[in-house]
Design a protein around this ligand. Structure first.
Ligand code: GLU
Length: 435
């Protein structure tokens, strides 16, 4: 059965049957989009096989002495998906739900993301299965240092450069940098990005992912002839990405009507004062209890009456079960993989314009690139320069993806994959095969 996008009249891309069986497997979710984009590009069979497989998957056991004296052993991963365009780049997450499949999908997404914004990096991701909420600062430090030493052979400014991701931050990046530097016997700032500014971090890095979301949302609104002033925005996730995007969009005149975090959601038809929300979360750590809004669930947030929906929390939140309830005209994917492949087809049929994760949240890795450049040259830029250069890169990438979408009559996600795969494939062809 075929169906069409109600807005553009284009055929809707449907994932193949396998995806329907395992909607929540992130690697298959990534692959179903990859396969479709590769087919549209007529990618040759050999390259297709190369790009379908991760270059390297590392699995390590990480013994950590808990504060009480007991020893716990954690499992950690680092996956280098593709390094043809440059050093592997990608965050490290600490989370109880980390799996090798998830880390591999996220490493592939990093590969496509770096190619979409055309920065000279490959893609990687790391993860440790743990619950950081139940661990002390000392335990987290020991875990981070032991994990770093376990994967130290892959790390390096020219080979593999981590960054923050879910439940990791500049504190964790500082420990990674220190551990690596102690092994090398000299300070190596460029081995990791997202560091504190006082030790080689870049101005604007912390806000970069949220700022990037704001930039592409403004572009999407412009493309749809919708003014930003008064545009109603719902933001899922109030961490580093969601809170910054909400703040910056509100400063542009948008009205933030819904927000949520792990503790639940809040709705205010007149719009939240984001500065107030930020203050509340800084003090109380969670949104719950904030007085100037009506309590809603995360599901209600997704279905709320808004123009722009910004999922900035975790994977697989927009699925075949709730995609039909979404009222937004634009979705800006601040998180990695928030939409399942099956949901894509429903959103497309509804004519919703999706700014895909590998474009929407690429602001973070773009400023990571700036940080790496600054560390390597030992010359640091002011915040205006960082933000201006970020705006230029995100603006260009948005335009290139929309041009691809228009040229091939595909949605923005498939267009972003096509642009990325084409760029990675071009380098493989130029380099040839080492045998
Ligand atoms: N973890 C972030 C992401 O998924 C940033 C990665 C980086 O800066 O290397 O894009």
């Amino acid at each position: 059965m075929t169906s069409v996008n109600v807005r553009t009249g284009q055929d809707v891309v449907r994932p193949d049957k396998d995806t329907f069986l395992s909607e929540e497997n992130p690697f298959e979710a990534m692959m179903s989009r990859f396969d479709y984009a590769a087919k549209r590009l007529s990618l040759d069979a050999g390259l297709y096989k190369v790009l379908r497989n991760p270059e390297k998957q590392i699995v390590v056991s990480i013994p950590v002495q808990r504060d009480g004296g007991d020893v716990e052993v954690y499992t950690g991963y680092r996956v280098l998906y593709n390094t043809s365009r440059g050093p592997a780049k990608g965050g490290i997450r600490f989370d109880a739900n980390v799996t090798l499949d998830e880390v591999t999908a996220l490493a592939a997404w990093m590969t496509w993301k770096c190619a979409v914004v055309n920065i000279p990096f490959g893609g990687a991701k790391g993860g440790v299965i743990c619950d950081p909420g139940t661990m002390s600062m000392g335990e987290l430090e020991r875990l981070t240092r032991r994990y770093t030493s376990a994967i130290i052979d892959t790390l390096g400014p020219d080979s593999d450069v981590p960054a923050p991701d879910v439940n990791t931050n500049e504190r964790v990046m500082a420990w990674i940098m220190d551990t690596y530097s102690m092994h090398k016997r000299h300070t190596v700032t460029s081995v990791v990005t997202g560091k504190p500014v006082a030790m080689g971090g870049s101005l604007g890095r912390r806000e970069a992912t949220g700022r990037g979301c704001m930039i592409v949302t403004l572009e999407a609104l412009k493309r749809h002839g919708m003014p930003v002033k008064g545009a109603r925005v719902a933001v899922q996730g109030f961490g580093n990405v969601g809170s910054v995007a909400a703040d910056l969009l509100a400063k542009q005149g948008a009205v933030i009507v819904a927000v949520s975090d792990k503790s639940g959601g809040l709705y205010n038809a007149n719009g939240f004062v984001v500065a107030d929300l930020l203050k509340w979360v800084e003090e109380k750590k969670v949104l719950a209890g904030y007085p100037n809004g009506e309590a809603i669930t995360n599901e209600q947030l997704l279905a709320s009456n808004c123009d722009v929906l910004l999922p900035a929390a975790m994977e697989n939140v927009i699925t075949s079960k709730n995609a039909a309830t979404i009222q937004a005209k634009i979705i800006c994917e601040g998180a990695n993989g928030p939409t399942t492949a099956k949901a894509d087809a429903i959103l497309e049929q509804k004519g919703i314009f999706v700014i895909p994760d590998i474009l929407a949240n690429a602001g973070g890795v773009t400023v990571s690139y700036f940080e790496w450049v600054q560390d390597r040259s030992g010359y640091f830029w002011d915040e205006d320069t960082v933000n201006r250069r970020l705006e230029r890169i995100m603006g260009t990438a948005f335009e290139e993806v929309t041009t691809m979408a228009d040229k091939h009559a595909v949605n923005m996600r498939i267009a972003a994959y096509m642009l990325a795969i084409e760029r990675v494939a071009a380098v493989h062809r130029l380099r040839g095969m080492y045998a």
